[in-house]
Design a protein around this ligand. Structure first.
Ligand code: SIN
Length: 523
């Protein structure tokens, strides 16, 4: 079966939906998602979206905060561009119906998070992502030019390599014509041909045993582009959020937003002492890499499984107004945040690396764009500043929309693309072959490629992952397609990229900390 559209959008978080809404005025859009429209990383974002709104804040402060958090590995031009384009994109979100909290005076109520020198986080209580997702999903569902295919899994992007001949206008010899997509209801793989394809497939938190990401976050976009020989960059920089709720049965781990520390919450060890004092003068609001590493160190030294976030001294009315979702969740598991400390632990949260894109969100494959967490734009450098991720998604969705509209008239749908060639037909009758390998990947990454790394651990991880890779490729060749098998394969490919990038960087910077190379090569 074949479908032809102007724009194919893979992924339905902020990046995918805002791109779709922008280009839908000019052509036919098909959006696919492997589960439901609303099941995205965006929906789980609590804190908010960073943007300069009122004095005394200004662009320069936001730029400097982003560069400091990124340990100087950011692309400064990109940082300046994103920061200065933030307010107009926030305006668009508001026009699309997103509600950000306001003070009694009518001014926006701006929160503060780690690494920010000013209050600049626009938020909707502690469920900002869910509010943005609500507003955009509603609009997308009602747009006549947008077709939404839920339960459709992108297996591979369709590409052609021109054997060293550069495609006119583009510095690449690879072209994208759409994607092969598995309809999870019928089990059939269909061909969706498009003039422009956008990947907005989110992160890969499920590489690790503990993550704040929903279980859909399996690095699908990065893995597809890697297999198609596009360029992937900065994969060693995996961000662990310092504070997820310690409640081992929760999957995903429940996030305790950094805005709670911005509101005055203090990280404490089991003896009730301020934990961050001996690590960083910025205390509980130091950038995330520093706080996560400090907690990891504290847990390793003491043998404890968590530390605490203390909010008992904070204004109760303020807490209720800003964090109702967190208070409710804690209450459900028997913690009263007004009288008890919250047990917290770091969890894999955000992939700073990804599909390398230019300033228009264009990847190194012609006619293929990538936005949001799946992309590597240069904004984050070695560590993402809190609440810069939703911002990056919306700014790049706008840029990718503008750029693709400027070239779409020159593009025609490719004819003669073959149907998906299903190599294997056997059903993997033993699901345990997939689930066991999935768990092993998570164990390897957690134990050897986590917050603190070493040459020995990385080498061991590479050897073990290779075995799982071989087993999974064999299974893939003889089995009919399933979402579970494809996701496992994607995670293995992304895990491989994280390990190889980590091995290549012989220094410690930002999120990449190596015991053998504790210093920076370049400052
Ligand atoms: C948070 O609310 O702490 C998460 C926001 C982010 O990851 O930027």
């Amino acid at each position: 079966m074949e479908k032809k559209v102007d724009f194919l959008v893979i992924g339905t978080g902020l990046g995918g939906l805002s791109f779709a809404l922008k280009v839908a005025e000019y052509g036919k859009v098909c959006i696919i998602t492997k589960t439901k429209l609303e099941e995205t990383n965006t929906s789980y974002a609590q804190g908010g979206i960073a943007a300069v709104t009122y004095a005394p804040d200004n662009y320069e402060k936001h730029v400097q905060d982003t560069l400091i958090a990124g340990d100087g590995l950011n692309n400064e031009e990109v940082v300046r561009m994103v920061v200065s384009e933030a307010p107009s994109q926030i305006e668009t979100l508001i026009n699309w119906g997103t509600q950000f909290d306001r003070e009694a005076t009518g001014k926006y109520d701006l929160a503060k998070e780690g690494g920010h020198s000013e209050h600049r986080i626009l938020h909707h209580k502690d469920q900002t992502g869910a509010e943005i997702q609500r507003a955009l999903s509603e609009r997308a569902r009602n747009h006549k030019n947008i077709e939404i295919l839920e339960n459709h899994f992108a297996v591979e992007i369709i590409t052609q390599h021109h054997l060293g001949r550069l495609v006119k206008r583009y510095n690449t010899d690879i072209e994208c014509f759409g994607a092969y997509v598995l309809d999870l209801k019928t089990g059939k793989t269909i061909k969706i041909l498009s003039k422009i394809t956008l990947l907005a497939t989110g992160g890969a938190g499920n590489l690790y045993q503990t993550t704040t990401n929903p279980n859909i976050a399996t690095g699908d976009g990065v893995a597809m582009v890697y297999r198609a020989k596009g360029i992937i960059s900065d994969m060693e920089f995996v961000q662990f959020h310092p504070t997820s709720l310690y409640n081992p049965t929760d999957k995903p781990s429940f996030l305790i937003t950094e805005a709670m520390r911005g509101f005055g919450g203090i990280l404490k060890n089991q003896n009730g002492n301020d934990l961050m004092q001996k690590y960083d003068p910025r205390g509980s609001l130091a950038p995330r890499d520093i706080v996560a590493r400090a907690i990891d160190n504290e847990m390793k030294i003491t043998g404890h499984e968590f530390v605490y976030l203390d909010c008992r001294h904070l204004d109760q009315k303020g807490l209720i107004a800003h964090f109702p979702f967190i208070i409710e969740k804690c209450k459900k598991i028997g913690i009263d945040v007004f009288t008890e400390m919250i047990p917290v632990v770091p969890a894999a949260h955000f992939m700073c690396g990804g599909i390398l894109t230019d300033k228009n969100g264009k990847s190194w494959i012609n006619k293929l764009y990538a936005v949001g967490e799946t992309a590597c734009t240069g904004l984050h450098g070695a560590n993402r500043l809190a609440s810069n991720s939703l911002l990056e998604a919306i700014v790049y969705a706008e840029r990718a929309a503008r750029h693709s509209l400027s070239i779409i008239d020159e593009i025609s749908i490719q004819e003669g693309v073959p149907e998906w060639n299903e190599e294997g037909t056997a059903h993997p009758e033993e699901m345990i072959l997939i689930t066991q390998n999935y768990k092993e990947v998570q164990q390897i990454m957690t134990n050897y490629v986590g917050i603190v790394r070493s040459e020995l651990r990385l080498e061991r991880a590479a050897r073990r992952l290779e075995i799982i890779f071989q087993e999974t490729e064999e299974l893939y060749k003889k089995s009919s397609l399933s979402k579970e098998l494809c996701e496992l394969r994607n995670l293995i490919h992304v895990g491989y990229l994280v390990i190889k990038s980590a091995q290549a960087r012989k220094e410690s910077c930002g999120l990449h900390f190596m015991l053998d190379h504790p210093g920076r090569i370049r400052k």
